[in-house]
Design a binder for this molecule. Structure first.
Ligand code: AKB
Length: 317
């Protein structure tokens, strides 16, 4: 196996926490440098290098790349959809400049690969809602979605113009239990498990019939690693790949949880996040990812609920 030295930016986040663990299992802890603007929740072990990094600081980023001879970067830092609407200019600045800093360092230092996540938020009110195709009308109306769509174009530009091997996935709502998400529209589908297991009622900010594409974290991690390990000539999409797994409504997930927690109650108190959800697809056509690098999700809604209800109570935050 080729030896990579990987830098994960945003390693304390919902995706970063799990991706860093998996990358360390594959490439060895010492070869995966975790970084985040915040110190980690638990003190890192000596063989689990951690650097405090604000990715807006291009100089410090370049210094870390040199210091560790970094060959690959996973750039996960972002302000998500709901939080972005509260401070649009800040969200735009952070989401764009962080990506540009990473693409620039990749170009200047000839890094071998970059990963950057996009999202179903790149679609908008005029995109087809069912089985949304890879290429279609894209008119996002959240600052997060606009920044992801612009970011996709920057990725394609750096690939075309400078040969940077940058790869990306349009994640659906990600659901994991190892860390709490922050500021997304799909986060209700994580919070609901914490309430059910604490014996509390759950107040949902989306309508009961709000159907959205979602994905269990182990599938998201597998997709990311598979994409990054695929030979470069298999990657035909240099903006970002559509990626599908499952779709459900708040009512659907509630009904599945309730089978194991019969007293669990849900109420609905819709807020501004509903408008965001209403512009996103119901389901995703990911046939290009299937064709190019054999993408196939493993988890159904029932599998995911069973796994989280079993493992979350044992998990130490
Ligand atoms: C969000 O809800 O903002 C994210 C996403 C779908 O990208 N989870």
């Amino acid at each position: 196996m080729e030896t990579n030295t990987i830098l994960v930016i945003g390693a304390n986040g919902q995706l970063g926490t799990e991706l860093t663990t998996e990358l360390r299992a594959i490439y060895g802890s010492a070869n995966v440098i975790a970084s985040d603007i915040q110190a980690p929740r638990k003190a890192p072990l000596p063989n689990e290098p951690f650097e405090q990094l604000d990715v807006m600081n291009a100089e410090k980023l370049a210094k870390i790349v040199d210091q560790y001879n970094i060959t690959e970067i996973y750039m996960l830092a972002a302000i998500l959809s709901a939080k972005g609407e509260q401070n649009p200019i800040f969200a735009w600045d952070l989401n764009m400049q962080s990506l540009l800093n990473v693409l620039e360092v990749a170009r200047q230092k000839k890094l071998s690969k970059i990963y950057w996540p996009s999202s179903i938020a790149v679609f908008g009110p005029n995109s087809p809602v069912d089985n949304t195709p890879q290429d279609c009308v894209m008119d996002p109306n959240t600052v997060y979605g606009i920044s992801k769509l612009a970011g996709e174009r920057w990725c394609a530009y750096y690939h075309e113009k400078y040969g940077v091997d940058v790869r990306s996935l349009r994640y659906p709502g990600l659901i994991g239990y190892k860390s709490l998400p922050g500021g997304g529209t799909t986060d209700y589908a994580v919070d609901i498990f914490h309430k059910a297991l604490n014996g509390e009622d759950f107040e949902c900010y989306l309508r009961e019939d709000s159907y959205l594409p979602m994905m269990y974290m182990p599938d998201a991690i597998k997709a990311t690693i598979d994409l990054m390990q695929a030979p470069a000539d298999k990657i035909s999409v240099r903006s970002s790949y559509n990626l599908g797994a499952l779709s459900f409504t708040p009512k659907d997930i509630y009904e599945v949880i309730k089978k194991q927690h019969p007293d669990f109650k849900i109420t609905y108190n819709v807020d501004y996040r509903q408008k965001i959800a209403d512009t996103w697809p119901n389901s995703i056509d990911d046939s290009q990812a299937q064709k190019d690098w054999n993408w196939k999700p493993a988890y159904t809604l029932e599998d995911m609920v069973e796994d989280i209800l079993e493992k979350l109570p044992e998990y130490e935050f």
